[in-house]
Design a binder for this molecule. Structure first.
Ligand code: ADP
Ligand code: MG
Length: 250
């Protein structure tokens, strides 16, 4: 399989502080790729570079072989590289169905046409309900976002990101803050949304990484320290050392 997303020698400095240093990353089409590393390693910054939310201080980024280093974040999203919680925004005062419908309208370029007749706005309802069903939220479609559980809101965020129909989906700590009982549901959801697309995810829970991910890249102090299968990473002495005293949880 070809690489659908690549970073080549990418760096990001924040006022002289090197948050990301000369990172090479190659994400294979159709894979679930984990990005792990201690807090402050530069994982979220790297996501920001890939999605063009941050401009790179050096290096290049390629999506499906095309150099996207000079594109803006909206263009990159329209080309199919979407980061959950960036493109999607969840509106607490709206119902779950309305939230997904707004995300669909955005993809179809009609997000500023709220004045349109209701019958036009409602043309996305069937598609919204299909996405809600996919994440197990259809029975709650009419409830307000502010009324549902934290786990259900995270599932809604995945549904609104799916509304963009991304080729490559970037998830930054998708299970962070979730009750342990909700974790298997979101893990299955990620597995299901990963079918037919590529997922790059930051994840601290290593049993989740082990069960979901084909490849793991370890970032430490802005640099790639190791890369390989979960078993290769787990047995890497330098990686173990880098995690001592951090939230490495197994
Ligand atoms: P991670 O997601 O791996 O925990 P981050 O990418 O959020 O790490 O942060 C990496 C480092 O860059 C941290 O030291 C953080 O304080 C710093 N950093 C992140 N964003 C900014 C910013 N906008 N300005 C200055 N420093 C930043
Ligand atoms: Mg982070």
């Amino acid at each position: 399989m070809p690489n659908v997303l690549e970073a080549r020698r990418v760096s990001k400095n924040f006022g002289g502080f090197h948050a990301v240093k000369n990172v090479d990353l190659a994400v294979r089409e159709g894979s679930i790729h984990a990005l792990i590393g201690p807090n402050g390693a530069g994982k979220t910054t790297l996501f920001g570079l890939l999605t063009r939310f941050h401009s790179a201080s050096a290096g290049s980024i390629f999506l499906e072989g095309e150099d996207i280093t000079s594109l803006g974040p909206a263009e990159v999203a329209l080309r199919g590289l979407c980061r959950s919680f960036q493109i999607s925004s969840v509106f607490p005062g709206l119902s779950l169905r309305e939230n997904v419908r707004i995300a669909l309208q955005r993809r179809h370029g009609s997000s500023h046409q709220f004045w349109r007749p209701a019958r036009i706005l409602h043309r996305f309802d069937a598609e919204a309900d299909a996405l809600l069903e996919r994440v197990g939220l259809l029975p709650h479609a009419d409830r307000l976002c502010s009324e549902v559980s934290y786990g259900q809101r995270r599932a809604l965020e995945i549904a609104t990101t799916m509304a963009m129909d991304p080729k490559v989906l970037l998830l930054d700590e998708p299970i962070a803050g979730m009750a342990s009982g909700d974790i298997p549901v979101i893990v299955e959801l990620i597995r299901s949304v990963a079918r037919g697309r590529t997922v790059l995810m930051v994840e601290h829970n290593l049993s989740v990484v082990e069960s979901l991910c084909d490849k793991v890249t370890v970032l430490v102090r802005g640099e790639v320290m190791a890369e390989g299968s979960y078993a290769q990473i787990r047995d890497n002495a330098a990686v173990r050392e880098a995690y001592i005293g951090t939230d490495y949880d197994s």
